[in-house]
Design a protein around this ligand. Structure first.
Ligand SMILES: C[S@@+](CC[C@H](N)C(=O)[O-])C[C@H]1O[C@@H](n2cnc3c(N)ncnc32)[C@H](O)[C@@H]1O
Length: 333
């Protein structure tokens, strides 16, 4: 058996809030749901099994996830399509799907341009964290990499070994809420070159004052989170997709986003709240809104959904998960 076979077979990721995600897409009109963070296709499989009126266009920037998900979704035939791309390129992936599916029997005009749903389950998958060679974790030593798509972009090693003190401090504070960012940045610069996750974890632990080391888990957790977010441009990716994703939904279509830390959740909550706000200043009785201030979505439910105690006990990753769902307004066709 080849290493590639092993990697796909051993790709295990338990989908967080799976039943809640499936329920969120139950009322949407028939059509396509984009799963922008396909991973091991856990959510996608559950959606396709539960909802015969839906098909899934799955995207992932990780080539291994694409390979695994393609195999796992093969049993759904034409109802599933997988593309290796980032989720800020949903519109391009939809065009690709339309071109791929256009045949003499299915003219392009019959393939809907709007989406019934969009799902984002942010962050990293368990295999990305667990495999030492991906360089995401201090628990499994490996080369400092942290790229979800290892074929492109700056690795964590590039950042750690090339960034100046100011840039390191900015990354550690902004993406890791690291109170000791200045000390950690200085220690990193003194210890260069740093080539492995284990070496970085040791450098960070030694830089954090002893009193602060005794609380809040491994002292390198915040540094690793910050570097991962920087390397994968995670918050900019999220802002970019939220910019126009809601407009891609048909009336009654829904967007569901699962976040795992407060920085992400704030971005999603703000975007959904703005889209749901009623700022219409059209004169009363003037018919449909012309000023652009009318709400374009409603939040279902209004607040974030969190995991049950049972789910958290079975899957600790679920502890910090927050699911927000927005529904495009208007008459469902
Ligand atoms: C938490 S996992 C998703 C797991 C999946 N829901 C499941 O049930 O198996 C997140 C996945 O999103 C991918 N990902 C993260 N950011 C992405 C982006 N900007 N574009 C595309 N894929 C992304 C990661 O590579 C990873 O495979």
């Amino acid at each position: 058996m080849s290493d590639a076979d092993d990697s796909t077979r051993n790709f295990r990721h338990v989908p967080v809030l799976r039943d809640e995600v499936v329920a969120a897409f139950a009322p949407v009109p028939p059509g396509w749901v984009v799963d922008g963070t396909l991973g091991g296709a856990g959510h996608a499989t559950a959606i396709l099994d539960a909802h015969p009126h839906l098909s899934v266009l799955g995207l992932d920037r990780d080539p291994l996830a694409v390979q695994v998900a393609t195999e796992r979704l093969a049993r759904f035939g034409d109802r599933a399509h997988v593309v290796h791309t980032r989720f800020d390129r949903i519109a391009d992936a939809m065009s690709l799907l339309r071109r791929t599916r256009t045949t003499a029997d299915t003219p392009e005009a019959e393939i809907p341009t709007g989406l019934s749903g969009i799902l984002l389950d942010l962050g990293v998958s368990s295999p990305q964290l667990d495999r030492g060679d991906r360089g995401f974790s201090y628990r499994n030593s490996g080369p400092l990499d942290m790229r979800m798509d290892p074929t492109t972009g700056r690795s964590a090693s590039d950042v750690v070994n090339e960034a100046d003190h100011g840039e390191l401090v900015r990354i550690l504070r902004r993406f890791g809420d690291e109170r000791h960012a200045d000390r950690v940045a200085r220690a990193i610069i003194e210890a260069r070159p740093i080539t492995t996750t284990a070496q970085l974890a040791d450098v960070v632990r030694d830089a954090i004052p002893a009193a602060a080391r005794r609380t809040g888990g491994h002292p390198a957790t915040r540094t690793f989170q910050a570097l991962r977010i920087e390397v994968n441009d995670e918050l900019a990716q999220l802002e970019a997709v939220l910019g126009d994703a809601l407009d891609l939904l048909v009336p009654g279509g829904r967007m569901a986003v699962i976040t795992y830390h407060s920085g992400e959740d704030r971005i999603v909550a703000r975007r959904f709240r703005d889209a749901a706000a009623d700022d219409c200043v059209c004169p009363p009785g003037s018919g449909s809104c012309r000023c652009g201030g009318a709400p374009s979505v409603k939040l279902v439910p209004r607040k974030a959904i969190t995991a049950s105690e049972d789910e958290i006990a079975a899957n600790p990753r679920a502890r910090s998960a927050r699911l927000r769902v927005a529904e495009q307004l208007g008459e469902a066709s």
